[in-house]
Design a protein around this ligand. Structure first.
Ligand code: SIN
Length: 549
């Protein structure tokens, strides 16, 4: 009988891959089986889309203390200081390790790393690969995984629920119930340890930089298993998603573009951030997103502008090739044309409560990456601290597991429940999903008020009523599982927001009615389609109006 440490990692982004490769390294020759489940290939993950980079205090005027201070300032002091210090301190060694693995970070001819500046950072400290750092790290970690025999990649699986022990007072996680998307069959997969690395829940909102898979699965599974969550009120909106007039996944225009000199302009062409914050265009994200939100409400237009002409067309194309390509597809020439931008839901600062080793408090269950709330981010996340966290905490989690684990038990094959789910959900599920996203975008977005939050809770309760009759196994479908998880996370976000009495970080409360986010939700915006012209300026414009996504 072969006795092996059997680990299930849920999520194929950078946190999940980082955990799996580290554990495999640390376990050496000891028997180990890691199954890494992912819904979609890494190329459609949030990690892959990450443009910015890895924040680390490396050289020049920077220091660990300064990076810690910036993290605490942006997080409005709601961070866990000990976790901040620990994660930030690991940054420089982590970057060295990634270089050792072959990560191609931008550097000058002498090998000195180029550091980008982003919002909330008092100095340039973001190590990056052009404007595609996530893709580069996915490449590096993917190659390592492919060369590691103890890691099996299981593509096309959607985790549905945690399997819990019933006999102990504190339940233990025994594995997962998961849907094999190809055959639409449910399986129970047992393991010694489950590691949730399922990413964020941007799909709770109508307009998000997150891909379709960001449905909050891990957080919802943990909530149903009664694991603790923290900081759920704090949803970061990225100030500058490329505005195309469409809903769904928005393409990001990295904050590093502003770090390189681009300026935000109101719709009428006047500087947007002047006099609003000492850091101007590079103020913390919640400040900039709110200023844009107000500008949009004032003008009645659906977006503001990003003027990248201070960077120059040639330099822009060289340093931001992915953004340049996307603009080109839309007929926008950055530097010649102004780039239309609007905020979009980007990052959940909270999540499943963990310590700095990814431990959740439930035996057998770890959580890492965006689905986890380690306390690093507090009430808003310092830009590019998320990739740092997604690499540092999994490494610590893997080290702890490798240190305590001897051979555990016989490896069990997945147990099929012989339960197939429907290929498509009925119409009420689709309608409920739209209603949920609309309510969350309008009432639980950048600016909130208590009345609006209560309206959102009523919509959430209606969605729960739509889901309830679907509990019967005959009516299960992937879309139902998505809606169930999104509703669960939406409730956690909204209830946490209602419990916050004052504005802090990304949670901004006004008295009376917030007027919601409807200005940049095209479906709710009355009036003509966007024209992409700058009133009162001679700024040349894209020849054609960008296509809806
Ligand atoms: C960006 O490049 O602006 C996004 C980076 C991040 O979210 O940390």
């Amino acid at each position: 009988m072969k006795r092996t440490l059997d680990v299930l990692v849920v999520g194929g982004g950078i946190a999940g891959m980082s955990f799996a490769t580290q554990l495999a390294d640390l376990m050496g020759d000891r028997p180990l089986r890691i199954r890494l489940l992912r819904k979609t290939p890494a190329q459609v993950s949030c990690s892959y889309a990450a443009q910015g980079g890895v924040a680390a205090a490396l050289h020049g005027a920077d220091s660990v203390e300064r990076h810690v201070a910036d993290t605490l300032m942006v997080g409005a002091g709601r961070n866990d200081r000990a976790v901040v210090e620990l994660v930030v301190r690991d940054g420089p060694a982590l970057v060295d390790g990634l270089l050792g693995l072959g990560a191609r970070f931008d550097a000058d001819a002498g090998g000195r790393l180029h550091l980008a500046r982003e919002g909330g950072h008092s100095v340039a400290r973001v190590v990056h690969h052009q404007d595609s750092t996530g893709a580069e790290l996915v490449r590096v970690l993917g190659e390592r995984m492919a060369n590691t025999s103890s890691i099996a990649l299981l593509d096309g699986w959607r985790a549905v629920d945690l399997l819990l022990s019933k006999e102990t007072a504190v339940p233990r996680c025994l594995g997962l119930r998961a849907l094999h998307l190809g055959t639409r069959t449910l399986f129970d997969l047992h393991a010694d340890v489950v590691v949730l690395a399922t990413g964020g829940a941007g799909q709770v909102y109508a307009h998000t930089t997150n891909p379709a898979g960001a449905t909050g699965d891990g957080i919802a599974m943990a909530l149903r298993a009664r694991a603790a969550v923290r900081d759920m009120a704090f949803v970061q909106f990225h100030p500058t998603a490329l505005y195309t007039g469409g809903l769904g996944q928005a393409f990001l225009v990295s904050e590093a573009v502003r770090g390189a000199g681009a300026r935000l302009l109101e719709y009428d062409g006047s500087p947007l951030m002047d006099g609003k914050h000492p850091m101007g265009d590079l103020a913390p994200r919640n400040v900039v997103a709110r200023a844009i939100h107000r500008a949009i409400q004032r003008s009645g237009q659906a977006h503001v502008w990003l003027d990248v002409s201070p960077i120059g067309m040639a330099r822009f194309a060289k340093e931001f090739p992915a953004i340049d390509r996307r603009c080109d597809e839309l007929g926008i020439v950055p530097g010649r044309d102004l780039v239309p931008v609007a905020p979009a839901a980007h990052y959940l600062c909270g999540g499943i409560a963990t310590d700095d080793h990814g431990r959740t408090g439930m035996p057998g269950l770890l959580a890492v990456g965006e689905c986890a709330g380690s306390g690093l981010h507090g009430a808003d996340r310092l830009a590019s601290n998320s990739l740092l966290e997604a690499l540092v905490v999994p490494r610590r989690a893997a080290a702890t597991l490798a240190a305590i684990s001897g051979p555990v038990k016989e490896v069990k094959d997945p147990e099929s429940l012989r339960q197939h789910v429907a290929s498509r959900a009925p119409e009420p599920i689709h309608r409920a999903l739209q209603d949920l996203r609309h309510a969350m975008s309008t009432h639980v977005g950048i600016v909130r008020c208590h009345d609006g939050l209560r309206v959102a809770l009523r919509v959430i309760a209606q969605c729960e009523r739509v889901i309830a009759p679907m509990r019967s196994r005959r009516r299960w479908s992937q879309e139902l599982f998505d809606l169930r998880d999104l509703v669960c996370v939406a409730r956690a976000i909204t209830e946490a927001a209602l419990a916050e009495p004052e504005s802090v970080g990304t949670h901004y409360l006004v008295r009376g009615r917030s007027r919601g986010a409807s200005a940049y939700l095209p479906e709710t915006r009355p009036g003509p389609a966007p024209t992409f012209s700058v009133p009162g300026t001679d700024r040349s414009l894209p020849a054609d109006r960008p296509q809806h996504e």
